[in-house]
Ligand binder design. Structure first.
Ligand SMILES: [Fe+2]
Length: 266
């Protein structure tokens, strides 16, 4: 018998047409593990409901937040960093492994859930953040993040806090890893985006060398809604997104869903 480590992201479960796709996330064996790389939904109740259903199906479930998990309104009880902390507490009580927990080991490989956000550094090196954002605004490219996350927290400062927290923990790991993050750890996948300026909201240059530095067998991410594998410096960067119905229905040769990252024999 084999045990499989599966991965999904960008479930966007608030979209009704995505619900049958969420139901497809089932293990081959009850001992299988599941990675959920963010953008489950926006409302805490729905995120918890979906994650609770996944916890019932899989032996172990590992989650990292996406930008949609962080969305809030001014009238919400928790916004910004507090919304994240509240989610971590609620998901932990279900038994989900979060970026705040000890890293689990699957077949000798340390599985590392990360939460590094973005700092608008995926831009032309010759322009400042302000110039790059102004250019995006001119082209009417604007992520919902700007009205649903940015009013409640300094995103760049939070990103840099997360980088320091993550490298402190990563540097203590011995042996091979699988790194998980909602946003890509390298800029290359964003080169294929239709709207190049959208890359501003897609990661940080500071994670560029992490795949090799921390001995990653693979990097699992989502966010771009462009599933597939890109090998950079010998490391496979695997996007495991579903995305929105008009995106997944259009795909002619979609990767497996959920995506099998690794198998171990028993
Ligand atoms: Fe996202």
């Amino acid at each position: 018998m084999t045990t499989t480590l599966w991965a999904v992201s960008d479930l966007h479960a608030a979209v009704k047409a995505n619900r049958p796709r969420v139901e497809e996330i089932v293990p081959a064996h009850s001992s299988d593990w599941l990675i959920v790389a963010g953008d489950v939904a926006e409302r805490t109740e729905l995120i918890v409901q979906i994650m609770a259903s996944l916890v019932q199906r899989f032996d172990t479930v590992i989650w990292v937040p996406g930008n949609h998990e962080l969305f809030a309104r001014g009238t919400d009880r928790y916004t910004g960093r507090e919304k994240y902390t509240d989610l971590v507490n609620k998901l932990r009580s279900l038994g989900v492994i979060t970026p705040e927990d000890p890293y689990p080991v699957f077949g000798g490989v340390t599985i590392v859930p990360l939460f590094t956000l973005y700092d608008y550094s995926f831009r032309q090196p010759t322009s400042t953040v302000e110039e790059a954002l102004a250019r995006a605004r001119e082209k009417e490219i604007m992520f919902t993040d700007e009205v649903a996350i940015a009013p409640f927290v300094d995103i760049r400062a939070w990103c840099w806090d997360r980088l320091a927290y993550s490298t402190r923990r990563l540097s203590r790991i011995e042996g091979p890893t699988i790194l998980i993050n909602h946003w890509p750890l390298v800029q290359e996948p964003t080169d294929r985006m239709w709207l190049r300026e959208a890359a501003l909201w897609c990661g940080t240059r500071h994670t560029r060398g992490w795949g090799t530095r921390y001995n990653a067998q693979a990097v699992i991410y989502g966010h771009l809604h462009m599933p597939g594998v890109q090998t950079i410096d010998g490391v496979d960067h695997i996007e495991v997104s579903l995305g929105y119905p008009d995106e997944w229905k259009r795909r002619t040769d979609p990767p497996a869903w959920p995506y099998p990252v690794m198998e171990v024999g028993r």
